[in-house]
Every structure is written in structure tokens, then in C-alpha cells.
Design a protein around this ligand. Sequence first.
Ligand code: CP3
Length: 341
Amino acid sequence: MSAKRVVVEVLNGEAVYPPPLWMMRQAGRYLPEYRETRKNAGSFLDLCYNPDRAVEVTLQPIERFGFDASILFSDILVVPHALGRDLRFEEGHGPLLTPITAAGIADLNPETFHVNLAPVYETVRRLREKLPSETTLIGFCGAPWTVATYMIAGRGTPDQAPARLFSYREPEAFSRLLKMLAEQSAAYLIKQIEAGADVVQIFDSWSGVLDEPSFEAFCVRPVAEIVRQVRLAHPTVPIIGFPKGAGFNYASYRQKTGVTALGLDWTVPLSEARGLQREGAVQGNLDPLRLVAGGKALAEGVDGILKALGQGPFVFNLGHGIVPETPIENVWAMVKQVRNG
Ligand code: CP3
């Protein structure tokens, strides 16, 4: 029997106060111990694919701050990489891939997908053994739309114009790409669960740039398909959907995709968040820059969120990943304020 894991219980609808907490991108460059391991690892991808080092950096924020959940250290772009696309991360440039074409989509080959991702599954297995039994282990993948934006543009862009244009000009190839990504991402999450993940989160970081029909077709439907497949294999594992920037589309996202819990970005008004919380757990949504600023900006941000959402099923988190400039003492201040309720 597994131990009582408060994040799992909250995601399943239990209200716990003070709420449990973790941070998106909690293992990362704001931590000196991460920068040290990262330097010795060679490339960022070497770090993702080396279970010794990936376990080490995943555990660093747990050891330092005692967060209630630990998120596997990897990246959403290991999925296209495992499908045979080239990928590298360059200092100051983020991810770089060769932009995929319609012909390239037809050539994607899932044959060695799980073999290529075996080091990630090994990392998850070791993490579940090493983590404190009360700490929830979160696995993850990128949502098909967000992963596709990087595959098509070959890099990050401010508004995902290349992927939006591609979707209009090459609708059939684009639809095949989303279908393949949904299929493989579901299988990837299932393997993470089988290796020991207690919860999975689907990151749709770019869901805020689409019009209504595109949001339905590219964000809602592929995520609903992933949820369907994961639930068939593992009906009770909570699934967090994080459609960053979805705005009005947050209102129906849980119902349409079937995700258990909603990750909220910092632009979601707390009054709206309370409404969303009536249908299930929510997670979020402190502006990461309040954490950079610290002081009054941080204290007021945390206080507002705790007051608005503390009475229902709620996991405290940031509204997006922690940024490298964040002072560690501000993370401590946030942890203390949340723990004191
Ligand atoms: O949350 C965690 O601690 C787990 C690890 C994790 C990383 N990336 C590590 C990482 C997770 C869950 C991700 C998800 C991810 N990766 C997303 C979705 C969430 C989001 O932030 O919107 C996206 C869009 C990516 C793609 C990606 N990876 C980008 C755009 C970048 C460059 C930006 C940057 O911060 O440099 C990465 C690199 C990356 N992924 C780093 C880390 C710690 C920094 C690279 C380094 O250490 O050199």
C-alpha cells in the first residue's frame, strides 16, 4: 500500500489547509546546486537522459525546501527527440530543432520511442524509491499543440505564428502530427505511471494563442484523447491539465478534456478560480515575478491566493515556472507563508 500523499488527495477533491505546495520548474537554474550538476553533466539533454544526475537534480528542491510534490526532471521536448527529430539546447537560445515539414511528419517513426525514453522511466523508478513516502511524484508531458509549436518553428517564438500558419496551410499533415503526439504522449505517461509516478501533468504552455475552433481542435481534443488513454490503463491516477493562457477557455476545459485538476496561470482572476474550484481541484497561480521581487509584492500575492482558494481543494504553485533570477530567500519566504496558512 502506498503512503498517504496529500497532493494526490487534494487533486482528488479533498480540501486541506494549509494547502500542499510545489513549484513548476522547481529544479533549475535559480539553485546553485542545480547549476553545479548541470555544469558537470555537459549538455542539458545529457542531464535529462542520465538517471544518476536527473535523480540528483529532481531531489535538490525537495531536500532544500521539503515541497509536497516532486516533478520528474526532464523536458517536454524529449518526445519529438524520441521520435527521431534532432534537438539541442543552446545557452541563451532555448531549444533548437530542425523545423518539421509535411513530409517529415509522414516519416515520424515511433518504433524506438520507448527504448529512447528508457532512461526517463529508470529515473522515475529510482525517484519513487528515494523520495520520502509522503512526497507525491509527478510525471509529465507537453500537450500535443505545445510540442508541435516547437517542432514546426524549430525554436520558441513569441506567438507561435509558424505553427498557426502551418495548421491552416497543411491541415491534414498537422492533424496527423497532433494525432501521433497524442498517441505517443499517452503511452509515455502510462510508462511513467508504471515506473512510479503518482500524478501526471500535461503542459499546454501555448494554448493562449489560438482562436476558438483551433483551441477546440488542437488543445482540447488531443488532450481529451490522452486523458482517455491514460484513464483506460490507470483509472485512478490524477491528471493535471495546465492550459497556460487559456483565458475564457479555462471555463470548459476540465469538462471537455476530462482532466482531474486545473493548473491556473497567474492571469486567471481569483474569483474565476473559485468558480473553477467548485468542479474540482485547482493548482496555482502566483505570478513568478512576485517571487523574484519578494517583500510586499510576494506577501500580498500569496495572501490573496490563500484567502481566495484555501477553503477548497487547492495545491499552491506558481502560475508558470520559476525564473532563474529568483532569490532563494524569497522562495523560503513563500514556503513559510504558505505553511503558516
Ligand atoms: O518543473 C520541473 O522542475 C521539471 C522539469 C521541466 C523542465 N522543462 C526543465 C528545464 C519541465 C516540466 C519542463 C517543461 C517544459 N519545457 C515546457 C512546459 C512548461 C513551460 O515552461 O512552459 C516547455 C515549453 C519546455 C521547453 C523548454 N525547455 C524551453 C522553452 C526551455 C528554454 C527556456 C529556459 O528556461 O532556458 C527549456 C529548457 C529547460 N527545461 C531548462 C530546465 C531546467 C533550462 C535549461 C538549462 O538548465 O540549461
